[in-house]
Structures are given as C-alpha cells and as structure tokens.
Design a protein around this ligand. Sequence first.
Ligand code: SF4
Length: 258
Amino acid sequence: MKEKIKAKKRIFIYLLLASVLLIAAVGALVVYMTVRSNTTAVLLIQIVEIALIGAAFILALAGLLVLIFCLLTQRPVKGKLGDFLTKMALRLYPVAIWFSKLFRMSTDSVRASFIEINNQLVKNSHVTVPAEKVLVLLPHCLQQSRCERKLTDNITLCADCGLCNIGEINRMCRRLGVHVALCTGGTVARKIAMELRPQAVVAVACERDLFSGILDIRPLPAVGVLNLRPEGPCHNTKVDVSALESAICQIIKQPVNA
Ligand code: SF4
C-alpha cells in the first residue's frame, strides 16, 4: 500500500459503500419476504428480484473494491473488466448524493471528493496525449462581467487586459499548444468536444458542472480543476492558473516551448 486514501477522497468512497450496503439491505428484505411467501407466482418473481439485486450488489461491490485498490496502490484501472466494474460502482452516485442529503452533508463536498478521485485515477493511468489533442474547457463566468468581448465563439478575441484570468490562460495554452474554449454550459461543452474530438480534456468549473461533465464524457480522460468564487457562484470566478497548467502538463506528451 503506497498511500492512504486522503480524507477528501474518502467522503465519496464511504457514500458509495453506504449505497452498496443499501442494495444488500434491500436484497435481505426481499429474501425475508420470499421465505414468508406462500404462492408460487410471487415466489418466482421474488427469486428473479433476488438474482437481479444480488448481481447489482456483487458488481457494485467489486467496482468499489477496484476503486479502493487503485487509489491505495496508485495503479490505473486496468482492462475492460476494471472499467466496467468501476462504471457499475459509479452508477450508484445518485444514491451516494441521496445519502449525503440524508446525512446533511454538503453536496459540493461529495462532488469535490468524486473530482479528486477521478483526477487521481487519471494521474494513475499515466495517460499522455499530444498537446493538440488536449481541450481546455473554461466556464464563461471566468470572464470579467464588465468585459464586452464576445469570447464564446473565439476566445483569442480576449485583449489580455489583466482584469480576469482569461488572458493569462490564453497565453499559457498557446505556449503549451493545447486547444482552449470558453463555454456557456454542458451542451456547448459537449458540442465543442464533438467538433474537436480531443483525446483528453482539462475542465475548469464548479463542483456541480465538473461532476456531471466528467461522468458525461467517460471514458475520455478528463481532469477537473475547481474554480474560485470570491464574488459568489457564476460571477467573476477565478482559477489558480498554475494549478491549471500542472493539470495540463500532466497529460500532454511534450509541452511545446514549455
Ligand atoms: S482579460 Fe480578456 S476576457 Fe478578461 S476582461 Fe480582459 S479582455 Fe476581457
């Protein structure tokens, strides 16, 4: 075991574990009802239910164990079976979010935990792609609200006046040779990704958008960088540009002129 799973990552793992245990509890309840059942038709239906719940439980538990193993040993999720099993465990995220609400936990902290796990798994996979195959997606709230430049079609129209992070990010992306785009939401982000067909994505956004975006584009490797919100959500947000650059450099083969 090379490292312990850090506290932030443990939140999502614990909630997934609670979700797997919930499946087991539902299974146990159906078994109990089956034992007490005295009609053949109901018995048959309940046996099918037990088989389905049992399969879901085994697959989700196996996926969770694969995730924990990869996080502890800093190994990538290997092969189609590993991918399939982790996908099964991650499918429980609506239940995990439901549990977080039941335990009165902040939903954003659960999503941030998932983003950390995802970033760790991408890092473990040592995936590297050519710089021109990397797409950096930025949220439009990163643009200073007073700025009148229309950047959603062409981010290079930024005048680099220094009022927001976009000018600096543009320069950095030009230097590294990666694509960068400013998008107004998940639908536009998907459209840009369809057009450019990147092999990896580095996205800046809030917990909610990163969480859904990363799940949406799986199995494409995507690294999430959380934005900073000094003026509240969706308004004049910022990002740690050096953290963004590290995330990009982690997945490009040869940083051009870096
Ligand atoms: S850096 Fe670019 S996007 Fe930001 S305010 Fe200046 S011109 Fe507008």
